[in-house]
Design a protein around this ligand. Structure first.
Ligand SMILES: *Cc1c(COP(=O)(O)O)cnc(C)c1O
Length: 378
């Protein structure tokens, strides 16, 4: 790695795969069974236990888990699905993928999650589902979310891609509610390289998820086979599941260390950071969030690209999550434009993600916080 100012490059995210996990993947490779098999079954069983005994199925991405949840819920052409404009574009793309109509509601400027009041106001007779996103691992008000869903008879597909290990008032995200979708992409708290899982409500839904995952196939006996729904090719491999099993063995330690690092950011920034710099810190939630990301909103006078460049001079990598989805060309072509969701547009322009990952130390946090302060106070 290059060293500028004698300091090693600090990325905003880096996975930690321990030697036991690497050995477990080697064992799978030598076993003669490398696609979906016993490791996938073991991973699904472990996840099901983790999510309070609910049915869980794994897939090769977090994106397809949401698409499959929409299909299981019977959502398709002409149906409206409400979500947030501040998410990875996958969240809205899956709505279009199943033929439904994406509808956005602006975000809350403090939590940066969908504003549930505006979400409820966006409900029409054609609304069939809502996809809340728990940005940076901070859940929305789950009681209010499910009260709104119940009142308007809507399905909920929780985009909990960033929220494994997060809670709502002592209950694990994914252990209650309707569908919950998680991602195991490389930057997530728990990774399998690529992958995802869906927490479902019933055995029937889980069976349907299996069909959508593999070409719609059902098997019966040694040579019985039928296809009665149009499925795709979304199954997880045993190599991938072996990584997931190794990661899940450390989930409590990973979550606790991330929370400790986030807490350290707050103390490193100090009480006067916001007034000194005009930047906005995240909500200091140490009850519910798994601290997937530590995001600050830059003051309007500094351009994000300039901030990122200056942080690179300190040899620190900065991410941004996310550009507002409604301003992408594909969405502009569907009638969305500037000014529709002003809070999302400002956050989307000025949000930055600071380094936060399991292998980081409190000294790394101090280094990043000092660099942020010096760049913003220049
Ligand atoms: C990572 C992520 C996804 C997509 O997950 P993949 O596994 O990359 O398909 C969707 N939504 C959010 C909020 C994410 O962070």
């Amino acid at each position: 790695m290059t060293a500028i100012k004698n300091q090693i490059f600090l990325p905003f995210s880096r996975p930690t795969i321990d030697e036991a996990t690497i050995a477990a993947v080697g064992e799978v490779l030598r076993s003669g069974w490398i696609t979906s098999g016993p490791k996938v079954q073991a991973f699904e069983a472990l996840l099901s236990t983790y999510f309070g005994g609910r049915p869980v199925r794994t897939f090769n991405s977090g994106t397809c888990t949401m698409e499959i949840a929409l299909r299981i819920a019977g959502i398709g052409i002409g149906d409206e699905v409400i979500t947030t404009p501040i998410s990875w574009v996958a969240t809205a793309n899956v709505i279009i993928e199943v033929g439904a109509i994406p509808v956005f509601a602006d975000i809350d400027p403090i939590t940066r999650n969908i504003d549930l009041g505006k979400m409820e106001a966006a409900i029409t007779p054609r609304t069939k589902a809502i996809i809340p996103v728990y940005l940076s691992g901070l859940p929305v008000d789950m009681d209010r979310l499910y009260a709104i869903a119940k009142k308007h008879h809507l399905r909920v597909i929780e985009d909990a891609a960033q929220a494994i290990g997060s809670c709502w008032q002592g209950r694990r995200i994914g252990a209650f509610g309707d569908f919950a979708s998680f991602s195991f992409q490389a930057n997530k708290n728990i990774t399998t390289g690529e992958g995802g899982c869906l927490v479902l409500n019933t055995v029937e839904e889980a069976r349907l998820a299996e069909k959508y995952r593999l070409q719609g196939v059902t098997r019966n006996g040694l040579d019985g086979i039928d296809v009665d729904v149009l499925g795709g090719k979304y199954n997880m491999t045993d190599m991938t599941a072996a990584i997931g099993l190794g990661q899940m063995a450390n989930i409590e330690a990973i979550t606790a260390h991330r929370c400790a690092l986030a807490q350290h950011y707050f103390s490193a920034f100090g009480d006067t950071f916001e007034t000194d710099t005009g930047a906005q810190l995240p909500v200091a939630d140490f009850e519910n969030s798994n601290w997937h990301l530590f995001q600050i909103i830059l003051p309007d006078h500094i351009k994000r690209a300039d901030f990122m460049t200056k942080m690179m001079e300190h040899n620190i990598g900065i991410g941004f999550h996310y550009a507002p989805i409604h301003l992408f060309t594909l969405y502009r072509e569907r009638g969305f434009s500037e000014g529709m969701f002003p809070i999302a547009e400002r956050v989307g322009r000025q949000t930055v993600t600071l380094p936060l990952f399991y292998a980081m130390t409190t000294a790394d946090v101090e280094r990043a916080a000092d660099a942020v302060k010096s760049v913003l106070q220049q």
